[in-house]
Design a binder for this molecule. Structure first.
Ligand code: NAP
Length: 237
């Protein structure tokens, strides 16, 4: 950090495993990053280094374009890791009525729930075992996969069984944070069931664009960024 300061760096991205460790080194942490407990973008101010988390904006960008009223909606989130934290904050920001997080490890789930206790988001949040999915899925307006199940090279894997997928209501938004492959098997199956599918590419593009805007204080070339990413993924996968 001192080296970055010495060379006049404007800012930088932070990723696993430093997203939490960076926080005590910053002079300011945005409310959203504090709520999530992780920083992925740092930039220089006169007071020192400031940090925020742009994953929430990235996650929300494709949902905001839908211009829906979410106030009566239930979001079901598969997984309780780092990305799930940004998704929970995003669903609260959308105005969802309920946020149900589903995980496979009850201790981690309870820890996840506890970690939100000092936030108003706690009132919306509940955690559930994987076995509860058949009960939860039919009421989900938004279903988000934040697990790596189905990610390259495990393209044949899917977080939901065929019978669980069949319980989705038509018009449910199925959102997979995975962007390799695009679409995942989960999204293909959900779409066959009448769901609207969103993959993780736009989240990745938009979290980067939001960071670039913070560093450069000018609009980011989002279309160029998206195309570069698509070209890269096409070459690599
Ligand atoms: P993470 O912190 O490791 O969390 C992964 C979560 O998935 C954990 O809760 C884990 O459960 C759960 N999980 C893993 N395998 C599972 C299985 N077989 N069955 C049930 N649950 C399972 O990872 P992350 O950083 O949140 O990332 C998760 C995914 O999101 C990755 O695929 C990543 O590429 C993607 N992502 C995409 C973007 C984007 O911009 N599009 C941004 C961030 C992340 P346990 O807690 O029980 O281990």
């Amino acid at each position: 950090m001192q080296g970055f300061e010495a060379i006049g760096l404007q800012g930088f991205s932070v990723t696993i495993p430093h997203k939490q460790a960076i926080m005590p080194l910053l002079s300011e942490v945005s409310p959203v990053a504090q709520a999530i407990g992780a920083v992925n973008t740092v930039w220089r101010t006169e007071q020192g280094w400031s940090g925020t988390n742009t994953d929430v904006e990235g996650f929300l960008a494709p949902l905001r374009r839908m211009q829906r009223d979410w106030s009566q909606s239930t979001a079901v989130i598969l997984g309780n890791g780092g990305a799930a934290r940004a998704v929970v904050a995003g669903c609260a920001d959308l105005g969802c009525r309920q946020i149900q997080v589903v995980g496979r490890n009850s201790e981690k789930l309870q820890g996840f729930l506890q970690s939100w206790q000092r936030s108003p988001i706690a009132d919306l949040l509940s955690v559930h075992a994987w076995e509860s999915l058949p009960k939860l899925l039919p009421a989900a307006a938004l279903l988000v996969n934040t697990t790596p199940i189905g990610m390259h090279p495990q393209e044949q894997a899917t977080p939901l069984t065929a019978s669980e997928i069949q319980t989705l209501a038509a018009g449910t938004i199925a959102y997979d944070l995975i962007y390799t492959p695009r679409p995942t098997l989960f999204l293909q199956q959900a779409q066959q069931q009448g769901a609207i599918a969103l993959d993780g590419l736009e989240m990745l593009v938009q979290q980067g664009a939001t960071a670039l805007q913070l560093w450069l204080q000018q609009p980011a070339p989002v279309d160029v960024m998206r195309q570069s990413l698509l070209d890269y993924l096409d070459r690599k996968f």
